[in-house]
Design a protein around this ligand. Sequence first.
Ligand SMILES: *Cc1c(COP(=O)(O)O)cnc(C)c1O
Length: 486
Amino acid sequence: MQYFSTRDRSSVVSASGAIAQGLSAEGGLFVPASFPQVDVQAVCRLSYPEMAAHIVGKFLTDYSSEFLAQATAATYGDAFAGKAGHLEPVADGLYSLELWHGPTCAFKDYALQLMPKLLVQAKKNLGRTETTLILVATSGDTGKAALDGYHDVPGIQIAVFYPNNGTSEIQRLQMSTQLGENVAVYAVNGNFDDAQTGVKRVFGDKEVARQLAERNIRLSSANSINWGRLVPQIVYYFAAYAQLLNAGRIAMGDKVDFCVPTGNFGDILAGYYAKRMGLPVGCLVCASNENNVLTEFLTTGTYNARRPFYKTTSPSMDILVSSNLERLLYHMTEDNAKVAGWMKSLMQDGSYTVDADVLARIRESFACGCANSEEVAAEIRTIYQTSGYLCDTHTAIAFKVAREYQVAHGGNAMVVLSTASPFKFPCSVLAALGEEAPQNDFEAMKQLQAATGVCAPESLASLDGKTERFNTVIDPMDIAKVALSY
Ligand SMILES: *Cc1c(COP(=O)(O)O)cnc(C)c1O
């Protein structure tokens, strides 16, 4: 399988090349040249690691099947407590795909526990021996998941940048207490978009690349702009379908809708790839918080990032520039020049508008909706009271949007992607249940356990009292300096 850039079809690389490089030289994102087809019925009989090896292998054709079988078995076994891709029934025709049973309690573990293995092997495949410096911009969850995946991996250094005061206290502590010789964490003045733009600027800076090359260091990315982040996420759409099928809740070929709490458009785009690979996906419903730039885009065709930025109770979705949408635009148009033009307009004017026929094509597969923080709190309470199901703030957005979609369009089974453990955001969840929430996240965690009888994940509870290793705050412009300090 070959990959080329969304902005330039002549930038062709192998899967290893796409994973090692992250971003294409002219700033575009790598996309696969075709959509491999999958025998859904056969795949539904596989265990999660086997399914992962099969589906990932369809795209990563320059990796051996032995390597992928071993890597997926090592990744999706014990680390996910036997609950990789676990689907939980919540209400009639409504399911929660619990993606937070991994080590850092967010769905990003699915990609970031596997990606270090893929990157090390990519370098071997390409015959490269340099040090890889991974720069990560995070709204909270990617940072920790990347640190956990990459710490002490030979040949790799990782620096994480998160918005100062833009994450939950638990998320911040997860990062600042990270062990490992090759890790560094920085708070950046500004919001997530400032951090992401700052990191992207360094990736595009030829002088930085030249100076690092002199020291045998090459930059790479662990954000969902990297193809290696997306491909492992395709697997759990198949796993959800398999569980519905094997439990007799659907028949083979029945369409299933998915509702995805969305920020950078990576998770939901993986669902689109699953659909193009032959999985019977009905609608992909894009759920947003108050930063509802995608709701507006999917409704009007205009992407307008020039708008107020809201800090919400779902910080991992506080994003105005949704990078992976670029890949969808390419697949919808197969027109590099057009996509490059829109991205240029986004960069220069903060907005772009797609043609009516492009929007119509997108809307054949995608629907959208949004929820504000009050509605999120009400949804957490409603789902808990009516179904006894406890969910986090991000997942609650998707539940609200999914239930509205079901009322309007009903019919298919609806799977909500549950992206984080409720104990990552204990103050917001506790307050939503109508309890007086303490200021301290660990007190809130204990109270949430007491109120619901649900146990907090050990990896979060044990953060209390751990030594913090990182406390540096920098400006976005200083990200280049950090890179050059290696
Ligand atoms: C990252 C994240 C999201 C958004 O996922 P995207 O792939 O960026 O759209 C949603 N919920 C949680 C908890 C996250 O960590």
